[in-house]
Design a protein around this ligand. Structure first.
Ligand SMILES: Cc1cc2nc3c(=O)[nH]c(=O)nc-3n(C[C@H](O)[C@H](O)[C@H](O)COP(=O)(O)OP(=O)(O)OC[C@H]3O[C@@H](n4cnc5c(N)ncnc54)[C@H](O)[C@@H]3O)c2cc1C
Length: 500
């Protein structure tokens, strides 16, 4: 049995942020995640570090939190934040009254704005629709959610925190009405670990209520599914938002060599049973195409969905529900933390750890807003061209990942999963979606005696199945042709079907 002070369930941005904050305040802790870090909504989001503009009119408190955190994160996390800036563009027919409210609300909150003519906006983003009436510049950024989680966990590791990925919490251990630990099953071996702690933090996002129920509690949340598509080109160097009340397909975010566009908002019941509807993909492409017409002709390399855990509300449209967050004390040694945004994860963690410090009757101030994230010195940072220096033995041509990068990740994590390498290096995230680099990465694992030949085939099959779930919604034109080539490689040359 493992003993610690605080057990964190969930390795999304919130859980990883809590682990970093606990580490910096000297509190022993253990994080448990059923997949890899960022396996939930964190890894399925736009990667927009909000300026707050999107929520300025409807949710000023959340907007102010976003703006303040945006300023902090660009300071402490420069290697995972790209300060792109953002434009809110007004298309013909978009309400002028909303524009006035938007400017007034940003002003009240303190979000800086700059009104631009369409000519000036087109100078900044030449692919913009030339018919736009005007644009308003805000300090949006693009953020890499995978890097963000890894860098937060790094501090926990340095300070002696434990974390177990691919371990699913299946039971909350209770004694005399108090939660005293968890049981977690190792996905690889089926072994069950029992971990005891004084406080349990439920940071499991869309799964919060499922975890709370293991302890006989309830957390009132609404689950809102959102879908996104990825293009194979970076069509804009700035974040592009539609200047109108939140709606489907009104954000485009550049991320390294690609763009992510979305999103939709559909209430769902089960976070483990979500599918992307072809109609969602059509809507996103159509709406994004109104802001950047080139979007309609650009290759879409995949689509994916995530689930937002929103605080329960009477509002019928989940877009109108507050993006604020809440800490729930279940009065039995367990706390749940719900709502919020990726942008506000650090603040959520700070408030959660303040609550824990109070419960332990300890005093030590939060330092996460001042200290740069650990481990950034190992990262190349943006732009992509910087990574071209010292490039030998490239394994993934789309994302410029070298053999050295793959070997280092395997050595550091001991992973047996291509997905883990992907999250840490961006391997397979480019236009071919791992068509050429997946089998190379598995070959390296085999060379390093991490996997047997049979295990690599099994791992490859699982990876390809997961990958296909996102690609199947984008199968037309060039992407369909590319996918056929990949299919010939895997079925024809590597005989994957025969190896079942
Ligand atoms: C489509 C979409 C787009 C978004 N875009 C943005 C954006 O651009 N900017 C922004 O600021 N916010 C965005 N958000 C919101 C943001 O993604 C979330 O608010 C944030 O990532 C939530 O992080 P989290 O750590 O609380 O939850 P999650 O990231 O969902 O983490 C919860 C973790 O708990 C784990 N878990 C669940 N059950 C168990 C168990 N039994 N045992 C162990 N582990 C378990 C899960 O595997 C998961 O990794 C978006 C959300 C969606 C859905």
């Amino acid at each position: 049995m493992i003993k610690t002070d605080v057990i964190i369930i969930g390795g999304g941005a919130t859980g990883c942020g809590i682990a970093r904050d606990l580490a910096l305040r000297g509190i022993p802790h253990c994080l448990i995640e059923k997949g890899d870090y960022a396996a939930g909504a964190t890894g399925a989001c736009h990667g927009l570090l909000h300026s707050g503009g999107r929520y300025a009119v409807s949710d000023p408190i959340a907007a102010k939190e976003c703006y303040d955190e945006n300023m902090i994160l660009r300071r402490i996390g420069e290697k995972c934040v790209e300060p792109t800036g953002g434009l809110f563009v007004r298309l013909p027919g978009d309400s002028k009254m909303y524009r006035e409210r938007f400017l007034r609300s940003c002003d009240d909150i303190g979000i800086p704005t700059e009104i631009m003519s369409s000519t000036k906006a087109l100078e900044l983003v030449p692919n913009l629709n030339p018919d736009i009436e005007e644009a308003i510049k805000v300090p949006d950024c693009s953020i890499d959610p995978f890097r963000l989680c890894m860098l937060n966990i790094k501090t926990s590791e340095i300070k002696g925190g434990f974390s177990f990925t691919r371990h699913r919490v299946t039971e909350i251990v209770q004694s005399r009405g108090r939660c005293i630990g968890v049981k977690a099953t190792d996905a690889a071996t089926g072994d069950v670990k029992e971990i005891h702690g004084n406080i349990i933090v439920n940071a499991s996002g869309a799964w919060t209520n499922l975890i709370a129920r293991l302890a006989g509690c309830d957390v009132p949340i609404t689950l809102s599914k959102g879908s996104l598509v990825i293009t194979n080109h970076r069509l804009t160097d700035m974040v592009i938002n539609r200047l109108r009340p939140s709606s489907d397909g009104d954000i485009i975010v550049p991320n390294e060599a690609v763009c992510l566009a979305g999103t939709t908002s559909l209430t769902v019941q089960d976070p483990d049973k979500i599918t992307i509807q072809p109609a969602e993909v059509d809507t996103i492409i159509g709406e994004a195409g109104r802001m950047i017409p080139h979007f309609n002709q650009t290759r879409i390399i995949r689509a994916f969905s995530g689930v937002r855990p929103l605080l329960k509300s009477q509002k019928l449209d989940s877009r109108e529900i507050s993006r604020g967050f809440q800490i729930i004390d279940h009065q039995n040694g367990m706390y749940s933390i719900v709502g919020g945004k990726l942008t506000t994860f650090r603040l959520m963690a700070e408030k959660m750890v303040d609550t824990i410090m109070n419960a332990f009757n300890l005093k030590r101030a939060c330092e996460t807003a001042e200290r740069p994230l650990d481990g950034q010195e190992e990262l190349s940072g943006y732009p992509l061209s910087k990574r071209l220096a010292d490039m030998k033995n490239i394994i993934c041509e789309c994302e410029l990942v070298t053999r050295k990068d793959v070997e280092r990740t395997i050595e550091q994590t001991g992973t047996r999963h291509v997905g883990d390498i992907q999250h840490r290096t961006r391997l397979g995230m480019g236009p071919c979606q791992g068509g050429f680099c997946t089998f190379r990465a598995l070959g390296i694992m085999h060379d390093m005696n991490i996997l047997t030949a049979e295990q690599s085939v099994q791992s490859l099959r699982e990876f390809l199945q997961r990958r296909f779930r996102g690609i199947r919604c984008a199968l037309w034109g060039d992407q369909l042709r590319e996918e056929q080539l990949v299919e010939y490689i895997y079925l024809g040359i590597l005989a994957m079907e025969k190896n079942k």
